[in-house]
Design a protein around this ligand. Structure first.
Ligand code: NOJ
Length: 970
């Protein structure tokens, strides 16, 4: 949460909010704290350019084909500044396009540490050349890239199908680096003084006096402008000294927002490019926004903004920036999926337009029947404040392929320690050690499973992270040991703002080593945050990350033990006293880069360094658990993320689904939302529904603001505790499935929580669904998110498929929209016919207590009488799995037999877990059931058959869960 505008005393925040909450005052985001596109200089400049008048020409004569890439120059015919375009056809059906300045005045920022490796490239070939165009063949999938000289444009085709056009609308923008005008004004003739005005009148919308120019006139005008530029010298020879095309635009060399002035020593540096996607009507991704899963067109409003910000009381259904950013946009149609990955860490805006927006289905149908109607098309335009253009086109063609492609670029979800998939109990704050003990005991007494208790900022001594409040938490080690004895863990918060206090060792070390982010004038950058005056370690510096990681050693983080894990909050970074509640853009990082260049990376680096610290403290053996609020592309490699400060409102419960789904599409599978809502007090109904929904989301943590009423589940009476308990037990019973899903995601890059269209890509009825989703492939969840609900409408997709209600075992034929009546205990969840879901049904206190428990297999038969599923098993906490200490089992049902075999022979792991039960859904009654273990023996199994529901339950097969065996129905 952020401080109210202009308020310099963060300690008042709870007070203010407490009063507001008490009075029931509706508190909502103060939009005036955050920029609109119009208030963001580069966004305004770029957005005012008119499409169709690109000044860029590709110099085909400069084309060079290297071993695995091609390069050529582009030139802005107005400024004459040359750019270098590089192209790669990457293995696995991806294309990379990079555009930089050919001779920049200074280096421009290129995003490091996000790609896991330089992606291997395919050989490129020139497959055609004509006057004014050139065609490249891009590897084995038959993709071709058609390069047009003037105006510069690229069309990516597969066969005759156009997949994507780049700069088709002529919105390529590259504000080249330049010297400030007054420093070389003696060189610049007055004839160029009004250059910007003239260019503007050519390229900008709504010229003040003249009507829009005709194409020819525009071209003429461009020549004039180019001539004017030429008059100023020979800019193509000395591009860096060219007078700016945008240099005189207000806000180019200094920009003021509210009370903050951004000094912009490098002047205007933005980049932008447009992509046209014929055949696509649905686009997704680019988290984080509190919006529908399917992105909207942004015409007439602001573009979606990607700029990691601490937004106090965020609003729903708008494109404002939030805590994290992943510049990955998906496009999906019934024919194919693709994605655009815009690798830029500066403030970024994304405009989306579509030629079908606003048309009703009927309208589209009418177009179609009249034999016409345009091909649907979505146009996407990216605008970033600095850096270079570095874009990956992930060409699918299936949604699974796109997810894999993104995983090969930025890495896959880290395999979480098993405990972290259990339930987390948090609030701001558990008061002291006695409070922690009482909460722990409450869970035990009410037989509610819980793995982790969390401590927020009040646990530290005066918000000095890595310390403990000596009065409230005098014996942290003993507290942690007593939790460990109950097989539970703890998470403490460690924020990246460090109290400026010469008596605080963490601060003095950072200061003395010069490890803080610097101001533009070279001093340590200081801002206001929870501890009061705070400085910010420069996590972009590998030495600083190394130092930070070392702080998690047991002897440096005193009182910490191996069951203590970490929460990184406020890492956008949040600076209460800064512009838009974050760091000044002209602050300076390692290597001399401005904060502007890498803002969206800061949170990722904090997360990275903390995860590294946890690995290191274990001597490299244990997997870390770190929750982060800010994120960027690649953050999935370091742990979990959540949706920040939501509110105890039904709308916030509902939006947790599309928000986590869009995180998932961007590789961030380990996502959750504060269960119960952070601000305000949920009523019992909302709280129960939130637990039920949270139990089916990847990261499952209840959390609440300091000023909210306590809400441990038993405080609402026995009935509520029982309802919450049932949701928790469902979560724990399904943990083997969740854990296996995370392992699969870790290996493949496919998300754990999936939009329906990922599994049913050809079914347009799934494309805009965001109140239900799949967990991996087998389970379909539709939590109740409406107050007073008596039923939910569940879309069961899949022609010729069947779904089984997980609670009643009732079978439903798909496709259909099923009305499911609900009571307060209902958690609508369906298992897809054709799948096997492993469960551990014995209720326990925590995941650690489930170790060695037996398994039940739920086999849901397809209409063809088949099913398949997997189980991943290891010690749950170490990296041993990477060295082969794991079991990956496959279960298959076909021809009346269920068989267990290894899904991956590289793994072995010994376990005492065994198979307790098999429940086969959709099965007829057999005459007998035989168990055939691998040792060749054979025995009869007892069974029960429920003819009405076609459920066959096999009692105690008793085989080891890691053994090969067959169960034969006769
Ligand atoms: C903001 C976080 O989003 C919230 O979860 C936390 O409780 C407060 N900061 C205090 O640390």
């Amino acid at each position: 949460m952020a401080a109210a505008p202009g308020r310099r005393r963060p300690l008042r925040a709870p007070l203010f909010l407490g009063v507001a909450l008490f009075l029931g005052v509706a508190v909502a985001v103060d939009r005036s704290n955050f920029k609109t596109c119009e208030q963001s200089g580069f966004c305004r400049r770029q957005r005012s350019l008119q499409p169709g008048r690109s000044p860029y020409r590709a110099l085909l004569e400069s084309f060079q084909l290297g071993a695995d890439s091609a390069r050529l120059q582009l030139v802005n015919e107005v400024t004459k500044v040359p750019l270098l375009l590089e192209l790669w056809g990457l293995q696995g059906n991806m294309t990379r396009i990079r555009i930089k300045e050919l001779n920049p005045l200074r280096p421009r920022f290129e995003v490091p540490d996000v790609l896991v490796a330089e992606p291997p490239a395919e050989r490129l070939e020139v497959s055609g050349r004509e006057e004014g165009s050139l065609e490249l063949a891009l590897g084995p999938a038959g993709h071709r890239l058609l390069l047009t000289e003037k105006p510069f444009r690229m069309d990516l085709l597969q066969g005759r199908e156009l997949l994507c056009s780049v700069n088709a609308r002529g919105l390529l923008v590259f504000e080249h680096l330049r010297r400030r005008r007054d420093s070389f004004s003696d060189k610049v003739s007055s004839s160029v003084g009004s250059l910007w005005e003239r260019i503007k009148s050519l390229f900008h919308r709504d010229p003040p006096t003249e009507p829009p120019a005709e194409e020819g006139a525009a071209a003429e005008g461009q020549e004039e402008a180019a001539a004017a530029a030429d008059d100023a010298g020979d800019p193509s020879e000395k591009p860096t000294e060219t007078p700016a095309d945008t240099a005189d635009e207000p806000g180019s060399w200094e920009e003021t927002f509210k009370t903050h002035t951004d000094s912009k020593p490098n002047g205007p540096t933005s980049v932008g490019l447009d992509f046209s996607l014929p055949g696509f009507e649905h686009v997704y991704g680019i988290p984080e926004h509190a919006d529908n899963l399917r992105l909207r067109t942004t015409e007439g409003g602001d573009p979606y903004r990607l700029y990691n910000l601490d937004v106090f009381q965020y609003e729903l259904y708008n494109p404002m920036a939030l805590y994290g950013s992943v510049p990955l946009l998906w496009a999906h149609s019934a024919r194919r999926s693709l994605a655009i990955f815009w690798l830029n860490a500066a403030e970024t805006w994304v405009d989306i337009s579509s030629n079908t927006a606003g048309k009703t289905l009927f309208g589209k149908l009418l177009d179609y029947m009249q034999g016409g109607g345009e091909t649907p098309q979505t146009d996407v335009r990216w605008m970033s404040e600095s850096g270079i253009i570095d874009v990956f086109l992930l060409l699918g063609p299936s949604p699974q392929a796109v997810a894999r492609q993104y995983g090969t670029l930025t890495g896959t979800q880290a395999l979480p320690p098993l405990f972290s998939l259990g339930y987390h109990q948090s609030r701001w704050n558990y008061q002291d050690e006695a409070d922690v003990a009482a909460v722990e005991q409450g869970f035990s007494e009410h037989a509610l499973p819980c793995d982790v208790i969390w401590l927020d900022i009040e646990h530290a001594d005066g918000k000095r992270y890595f310390t403990w409040d000596p009065t409230k938490f005098p014996q942290p080690r003993a507290m942690l040991e007593s939790l460990a004895a109950r097989k539970r863990k703890m998470v403490s918060i460690v924020d990246p703002h460090i109290k400026v206090d010469s008596g605080f060792r963490v601060h003095t070390e950072l200061r003395d080593r010069g490890f803080y982010v610097k101001t533009k004038d070279g001093g340590d950058y200081e801002g206001w945050c929870w501890p009061g005056s705070a400085a910010y370690p420069d996590f972009t510096n590998p030495e600083v990350r190394d130092w930070w990681a070392s702080m998690f050693a047991y002897d440096r983080y005193e009182g910490s033990t191996e069951n203590l894990f970490t929460w990184n909050d406020m890492n956008e970074p949040s600076v209460f006293s800064g512009p838009e509640v974050t760091m000044h853009k002209d602050a300076i990082h390692h290597g001399g880069w401005e904060h502007r260049d890498l803002h969206n990376l800061y949170g990722l680096y904090v997360h990275m360094a903390t995860a590294e610290g946890q690995i290191r403290r274990s001597g490299g053996k244990s997997r870390p658990f770190v929750l982060s609020r800010a994120f960027f592309a690649g953050s999935q490699r370091y742990g979990a993320v959540w949706t920040g400060d939501n509110s105890a409102e039904w709308g916030h419960l509902r939006i947790s689904i599309p928000m986590c789904l869009s995180f998932a599409l961007a590789g961030l599978s380990f996502c959750g939302a504060d269960v119960g809502g952070f601000f305000k007090n949920p009523d019992v109904e909302l709280l129960v529904r939130w637990y039920q929904a949270g139990a089916l989301q990847p990261f499952f943590r209840a959390h609440a603001h300091l000023d909210t009423a306590r809400r441990e589940p038993w405080l609402f009476g026995e009935d509520t505790a029982a309802l919450v308990g049932a949701a928790l037990r469902l979560r724990y019973a399904l943990l083997p499935y969740w854990y296996t899903a995370f392992y699969r995601s870790h290996r493949s890059g496919l998300p754990v929580m999936r939009p329906l269209w990922m599994e049913f890509p050809e079914d347009p009825s799934t494309f805009a669904v965001d109140d239900q989703y799949l967990i991996d492939q087998a389970l379909l969840a539709h939590p109740v998110t409406e107050p007073g609900a008596r039923g939910v409408q569940v879309l069961l997709p899949g022609q010729g498929e069947v779904w089984f209600d997980v609670t009643s075992y009732q079978k439903h034929v798909a496709p259909q929209t099923l009305y499911v009546p609900v009571t307060m205990s209902s958690i609508p969840l369906f298992q897809r016919g054709g799948t096997v879901v492993p469960r551990q049904d014995r209720p326990r206190r925590s995941t650690e207590c489930m170790h060695g428990d037996p398994f039940t297999l739920y086999v849901a038969l397809s209409p063809q009488g088949t099913a398949e599923g997997e189980l991943f098993l290891d010690d749950g906490h170490s990296f041993g799995y990477a060295a082969g200490r794991f079991l990956h089992r496959r279960f298959r049902f076909a021809g009346g037999s269920l068989t267990a075999s290894s899904a991956d022979p590289r793994g072995s792991f010994s376990t005492r877990s065994w198979l307790e039960r098999v429940v086969i859904l959709g099965a007829g009654k057999p005459a007998s059931v035989l168990l055939r273990p691998a040792n060749g023996s054979e025995s009869q199994l007892e069974f029960q058959h429920d003819a009405e529901r076609s459920v066959l339950a096999l009692r105690k097969p008793g085989v080891g869960i890691g053994d090969d065996w067959a169960i034969v129905l006769r």
